[in-house]
Design a protein around this ligand. Sequence first.
Ligand SMILES: Cc1ncc(COP(=O)(O)O)c(C=O)c1O
Length: 481
Amino acid sequence: MPLNRTNRVTGLLLDLPDDGRALHERLTAAIRSAILAGRLAPGDALPPSRALAEELSCSRWVVNEAYVQLVAEGHLTARQGSGTRVAPDVSTRPAVPPVVLPVQAPAPVVVDLRPGAPDVARFPAAAWSRAMHHVLMAGEGSDVFPSAEGVLRLRKVISGYLGRTRGVTVSPDEVVITCGTTHAVGLLAGVLARRSASRLAVEDPGWSRLGDAAAYAGLAIEPVAVDGEGLDVGRLKRMGVDAVLCSPAHQFPTGAALSAGRRRTLLAWAAERSAVVLEDDYDAEFRYDRKPIGALAALDRDNVAYLGSASKTLHPGLRMGWMVPPARLRAPVIKALEESGAGPGVFDQLALAQLIGTGDYDKHLRRARTLYRERREAVLAALYGHAVIRDAGPVEGIAAGLHLVLSLPPGHDDRDVADRLERRGVAVMPLSRYTHRRLRPALVIGYGRLSPARAPFAAAEIAAVLESGTPPASAGVRRIG
Ligand SMILES: Cc1ncc(COP(=O)(O)O)c(C=O)c1O
């Protein structure tokens, strides 16, 4: 049988066209062209001659002959102990020419104050590896395909956690494991769109990625204003939407908590219309000096879809979250998970269950709360040390979470201030990036990754930029709170 291809041993496809030449010559030519085309790179190891000969069903002499020839040409090197390799200085033509992008190197970020992420350097690596080690050694992941709603052990642990910390009393059967809140919003939006919902209200200002996920799933996104009491529920009632996405315990980014009156009105509105409230409980774990605010889902399990995430408490890269959809949406949500094949890996789910079950998660949260509280104190002290910042008004949204809102003196353009700070190596987000409205100029500052030692530098840079800029004239800006 003429042999003209191989790739089983090396994973590299070698073409050996049957052109009448001897096999060792064809093999020499095939390896040479793989090197010249850049498919074998300098330093790459060639398979041992015995293995390649076995695969080609030929004698080792054929392979050795090809290797000796290529060494003589300078394409390969053969050294005792390191086998046969592509020569380090061989000149190759890359298979794909490199793309040269005309980029101007951005200024390096010295201090990253963009909100959205915790300090991932504080990920409880030792506890996580203990949990994962336990899972792997106990052979717990023997369910080859986990159920779409998530591993039962994790759902049990999450149902306990939600009851204990958020007042949401649910059975494990009501919990669905997700790849985080963005995933959950996309899933729910898709389910609602298929049930002929068309419009979703979202908070303005708000975390736009969630609205984007809902829009991608087919819903029209309608911003609804936020003020010092949270979502403007009166306005929402007049909008005639099918669902609303909100962060009642700690509005992003203003930090407002939805007032008791508005919580009642919101739930009455949802019940009346059978509308769904998607409750983004994204950083409930971090409360400093205000009473913990229970979840809306604790008051209404019929119309509230509760959404939780490990992105702030552990690591956004874990892609792990949980939701408690209203009973009427549970089966369609699970079907959507089944059909899309999406969901966190079974080992990660079991490791999270183990982490929570052993108490290591609570221990980590206690440490993280202390850490972030210290960072908040440090950044506040540093900011208030500058008259230009103090005079602009109180820093807002500081009672909870990992970020705050810093008002700028009237007339400043927050995007311009953010751009100027970025050129000095300080990355912040302008409030205007989170809104369709014209709000007062402000910066949203994430302090989760800011070590107290760096806070004075960050504050001094902000103050210097504000002092150096002559603000353009402003007109008609609104306060958010
Ligand atoms: C307001 C808000 N909601 C939700 C999330 C979490 O999203 P996910 O769980 O998809 O990472 C974040 C993360 O930064 C957020 O800032």
